[in-house]
Design a protein around this ligand. Structure first.
Ligand code: OAD
Length: 291
């Protein structure tokens, strides 16, 4: 389908999915990106220069959109999915994070979520989270944070303009009557937990593979990305869609895109700055000028 301006219109697909090798890599054309890519060497001077550059962009920006992933919570002790000690190295997503898995074995799925809830309950926000709070305080309405994390650490750190793309691990949703409630008990006394109102099974209030993301949140994310002057992509492997499209919208609309990750990702070659390192270390340097 073509838009009036002649560009291909992409069909909006809200379904949670991991990218597969056959998916066209970098489906958007990014005119000029090749000239602005900065690849970072290991040299500390190069890192310092890149941090200064990102800092200048942020200081000049009035609208900043942020996408975060599990790497942002890693320094708080919450395991990532695909990093070196990532959860998907030990478990298969299709056995634990799909509606089919839950229908097959709700107890097993709940055991996994109950274990993660315990890890998250012990976690505290880290300096990366607090740097994002400082950034929001500076930008006010111009700040928008979209997170794939279900742990709630951004909110606990003090961010207010946070939108959850993949739900909330502290929310229980009844599969029978639809009743929802916040529940922070760890461990849960009974697995799988049941709804006090109708007795049906509760499920975790997260988005599973094959399920749609909240449409209003995703639309808000794409709109914010297209308005932003700077887009920060923090601690995400950028392989899970549709969240991974957010920085691509920002790039297409002309924002400076800065990625922070321990490793190169599928996005790294397309962004303006890809910084290798920990968000808890680099973000405070970029946002607050910390040494
Ligand atoms: P991943 O586990 O896929 O990626 C985490 C990324 O963070 C990796 O690229 C790491 O290199 C990087 N990383 C780890 N520690 C870091 C640190 N201290 N500083 C900077 N980077 C660091 O997590 P997500 O991209 O969030 O969905 O995964 C997306 C979705 O896939 C999750 O929301 C989850 C998962 O399946 C569901 O469970 C529905």
């Amino acid at each position: 389908m073509r838009c009036p301006n002649g560009r291909e219109q992409r069909k909006l697909d809200y379904t949670l999915r991991a990218s597969i090798p056959t998916e066209p890599k970098g489906e958007l054309t990014l005119p000029g990106a090749a000239t602005t890519i900065t690849r970072l060497g290991v040299h500390e001077q190069a890192l310092t220069d890149s941090i200064a550059r990102a800092r200048r962009w942020l200081v000049a920006a009035r609208r900043v959109v942020v996408l975060t992933g599990a790497g942002c919570s890693a320094e708080s002790g919450v395991p990532t999915f695909r990093g070196a000690d990532g959860l998907w190295r030990q478990f298969r997503p299709e056995t634990l994070a799909t509606p089919e898995a839950f229908a097959r074995d709700p107890k097993l799925v709940w055991e996994w979520y109950d274990w993660r809830r315990q890890r998250i309950a012990e976690a505290q926000p880290n300096p990366g989270h607090f740097a994002l709070v400082a950034l929001e305080q500076r930008l006010g309405e111009g700040f928008a944070l979209f997170t794939q994390n279900v742990d709630g650490l951004h909110e606990r750190a003090g961010n207010q303009r946070v939108w959850r793309l993949h739900g909330d691990i502290w929310l229980l949703r009844c599969t029978g009557c639809g009743h929802q409630e916040q529940n922070r008990t760890t461990p849960l006394p009974e697995l799988p937990p049941r709804c006090g109102r109708c007795g049906a099974l509760f499920r975790p209030g997260v988005v599973w593979f094959g399920e749609p993301l909240p449409a209003d949140v995703l639309q808000a994310a794409f709109a914010a990305a297209r308005r932003a002057e700077v887009c920060l992509v923090l601690g995400t492997s950028s392989v899970v869609y549709p969240a991974a499209l957010i920085p691509r919208h920002a790039l297409e609309a002309g924002a400076r895109v800065v990625e922070i990750n321990l490793e190169p990702t599928e996005l790294s070659a397309q962004v303006h700055l890809s910084l290798r390192g920990r968000t808890g270390l680099l973000l405070p340097r970029i946002v607050q000028g910390a040494e």
